[in-house]
Design a protein around this ligand. Structure first.
Ligand SMILES: Nc1ncnc2c1ncn2[C@@H]1O[C@H](COP(=O)(O)OP(=O)(O)OP(=O)(O)O)[C@@H](O)[C@H]1O
Ligand SMILES: Cc1ncc(C[n+]2csc(CCOP(=O)(O)O)c2C)c(N)n1
Ligand SMILES: [Mg+2]
Ligand SMILES: [Mg+2]
Ligand SMILES: [Mg+2]
Length: 336
């Protein structure tokens, strides 16, 4: 059967897929040899890898192949941006059952290509294997343009915590899909095709960010890494977490009754929901932040002691209004 990847065969599929990708100035040698050659003008390349597994990260009945292609690029180039780097190259591992329609692989490829056009960066290689479970493993490369990387361990007491991008929309979209509800559209689309603010990673680095990451597992879960790495604590101000109107609409549709309950449910999703790939960073006090960076809290000294908060090595280094939030976010292996 020519309309499945089993009918087409591995090498014809590779040719079909790789012929879709335009090149960029960073690509010295693209797909087709044993390895690619990507320019690294300052001699320092940022590298990262993330997986997407069917059933765990996406469902084919909830997301199109094109959505999954967009998302595979977004979740990886968001990590490049979170280092303060510019996306350059991408390698795509594609593991699929042989009865997968060729059209799925082609649509996925189109999604990858289109998200690369948004983020910058080019596909320079990959791999294709047979597998019972459709799995996409992406490796992304980035260029620091001569700057130091913005690591997770640099936040200092007194720093301001700010984010840019979306928080909670993707988690709301997932909850809506689980309930078979097809709106608000912004939440569904943020779940299917997250829109990381790629260029703001470099912007944050230039503004002097002391620590940064992208929010994949939930704001509190991810800021916990910044706390443990830096030996600090972070307190978030719930009043500063302003829900997107679509998020308020979503929680109302999902059953939060009354404005108070809706606001509380929306903030809970902003604090614990992952997969929007917003960028969250710490900046030295007094940094003049552009309006798209929303101040949401501050870095504190673990020795200072705030009510309900734990120290850097404790269970809850991140608090909201001085208290440990009920839901901390995603952990692939922890039960409950
Ligand atoms: N199997 C592994 N082998 C080596 N390093 C790993 C492995 N898994 C994770 N890491 C490293 O651990 C660190 C944290 O990984 P993690 O996946 O939590 O970060 P992330 O990719 O930013 O988040 P997410 O996967 O939720 O998008 C990264 O530096 C990553 O490279
Ligand atoms: C079908 C389906 N069920 C559940 C979820 C939710 N989910 C899966 S992985 C993850 C954290 C980020 O992943 P990673 O840490 O691997 O980057 C989240 C919030 C989903 N997206 N699709
Ligand atoms: Mg990861
Ligand atoms: Mg990350
Ligand atoms: Mg994770």
């Amino acid at each position: 059967m020519q309309n499945t990847i089993g009918g087409l065969g591995e090498f014809a599929l590779i040719t079909r897929v790789t012929s879709q990708f335009p090149t960029t100035d960073d690509v010295i040698l693209g797909p087709g040899d044993d390895a690619a050659v990507v320019a690294a003008p300052d001699g320092r390349t940022v590298a990262t890898t993330d997986l997407l597994v069917e059933g765990r990260h996406f469902r084919r009945e909830w997301s199109t192949a094109r959505d999954v292609g967009h998302r595979a690029v977004a979740q990886n180039f968001a990590d490049i941006a979170a280092m303060g780097a510019r996306p350059t190259g991408l390698l795509i591992g594609f593991a699929a059952p042989s009865d997968l329609p060729v059209a799925w692989a082609e649509e996925f490829t189109a999604g990858v290509r289109d998200e690369c056009a948004v983020a910058g960066g080019a596909v320079v290689g990959g791999d294709m294997v047979g597998s019972d479970t459709l799995t996409i493993a992406v490796t992304a490369l980035g260029d620091l343009q001569g700057r130091a990387p913005v690591r997770r361990d640099g936040a200092r007491p007194g720093d301001v915590v700010a984010y840019t991008g979306h928080l909670g929309l993707s988690a709301a979209g997932l909850a809506l899909l689980e309930r078979g509800i097809d709106g608000p559209a912004e939440c569904l689309s943020e779940h299917r095709r997250p829109s990381p603010p790629y260029a703001r990673g470099v912007e944050a680095a230039r503004l002097g960010a002391t620590a940064m990451l992208d929010v994949s597992d939930g704001l509190v879960q991810d800021l916990g890494h910044v706390c443990r790495a830096g030996g600090v604590r972070i307190d978030l101000d719930s009043a500063a977490l302003r829900p997107h109107p679509a998020l308020l609409e979503a929680v109302a549709v999902l059953g939060a009754e009354g404005p108070g309950a809706a606001a509380e449910a929306a903030v809970a999703l902003m604090v614990a929901g992952g997969e929007d790939h917003a960028l969250v960073a710490a900046f030295p006090p007094g940094t003049a932040l552009p309006g798209h960076w929303h101040r949401i809290g501050s870095v504190t000294d673990p020795a200072a002691g705030t009510p309900g908060g734990g120290g850097a090595g404790d269970e809850n280094p991140v608090t909201v209004d001085g208290r440990a939030p009920r839901n901390r976010g995603w952990d692939h292996f922890r039960e409950g």
